[in-house]
Design a protein around this ligand. Structure first.
Ligand SMILES: C[S@@+](CC[C@H](N)C(=O)[O-])C[C@H]1O[C@@H](n2cnc3c(N)ncnc32)[C@H](O)[C@@H]1O
Length: 268
């Protein structure tokens, strides 16, 4: 028994992974090699499972294609920045999302130290595991506002709209934005499904850029539908961005959100 109880689909209800954990507080404990090694073993096992799937073969091809579009055929990605992965020690969704990160990093040949992660809810044991993989666990809450100098893959599975909005704000120019690749919730679905009054308040830059972004659908054949649902690869093709006049990019003050529109944990 690993302490997980997976709630299976009830008739007519969306499949979900509600998990209960025997002793969640143990994940907060630092320096316990046994806990960290159990969490690490499970992450590696999820990666092994994922790598054997048609989903992953197809997904890897799509990401490689996207990096070529952004970088040209000969250069590789600069960094992978991951926000909002969640608690992969206890949550199967987060664990398979981590599995994808582990696999892509290896196949894209990104040095582990160029993989940066932040989630304010990471447990100590999770940070230890990520550091053990050689990744860089950020200590500062950037609120998603990382500016990228070279091509960067932002991996933000199921993050809040305003966190994506902050990322767009930090890179709001054609020169920066065309270096940005985002694996995250579909901007098109947000614009279509969220009332425009809400979008204006919590994600105005998503509304503005969505018509000029390209969305590449993920393969729809992963066995657990809640892991990569509503997730796409976003590109911002330079050809389209260059057509926009300077007015489009100007007057972009730092976003301020009302408490109820704050879909991320702010800096304290
Ligand atoms: C809806 S959950 C998604 C978790 C997981 N990726 C999933 O698909 O179930 C959003 C995640 O964003 C994280 N988050 C909130 N504020 C953040 C911030 N300022 N920077 C990075 N991540 C943040 C939360 O802690 C949470 O884990």
């Amino acid at each position: 028994m690993d302490g997980f109880k997976i709630v299976t689909r009830k008739r007519g209800k969306k499949k979900q992974f509600a998990t209960t954990v025997n002793c969640k507080e143990t994940y907060f404990v630092s320096g316990d090699n046994h806990i960290a090694s159990t969490v690490k073993r499970k992450a590696l096992s999820a990666k092994e499972t994922l790598c054997c799937t048609d989903f992953y073969t197809e997904m890897k091809g799509k990401v490689e294609e996207c990096t070529k579009k952004v970088n040209g055929p000969d250069k590789s990605l600069g960094e992978i920045v991951t926000y909002g992965l969640g608690n992969f020690a206890e949550c199967l969704i987060s664990r398979y999302q981590l599995a994808l990160l582990l696999a892509l990093r290896e196949d894209l040949q990104i040095p582990p130290s160029d993989v940066l992660l932040y989630d304010p809810k990471f447990f100590m044991a999770e940070k230890e595991v990520l550091s053990d993989f050689g990744f860089h666990v950020l200590s500062e809450n950037e609120e998603g506002k990382r500016q990228c100098g070279s091509s960067t893959l932002f991996y933000m599975p199921h993050c809040g709209k305003s966190l994506y909005n902050n990322l767009l704000f930090a890179n709001w120019s054609p020169d920066r934005l065309h270096h940005v690749i985002i694996i995250g919730n579909s901007f098109t679905n947000m614009v279509q499904n969220v009332p425009s009054s809400t979008m204006k308040k919590c994600a105005p830059l998503i509304m503005k850029i969505q018509p000029y972004a390209e969305e590449i659908l993920l393969p729809g054949n992963f066995q657990y539908e809640d892991v990569f649902n509503d997730t796409v690869i976003h590109l911002f093709p330079q050809g389209k961005l260059n057509l926009l006049d300077t007015e489009f990019w100007e007057h972009c003050p730092e976003p301020k959100y009302d408490q109820e529109d704050l879909e991320f944990i702010p800096k304290s």
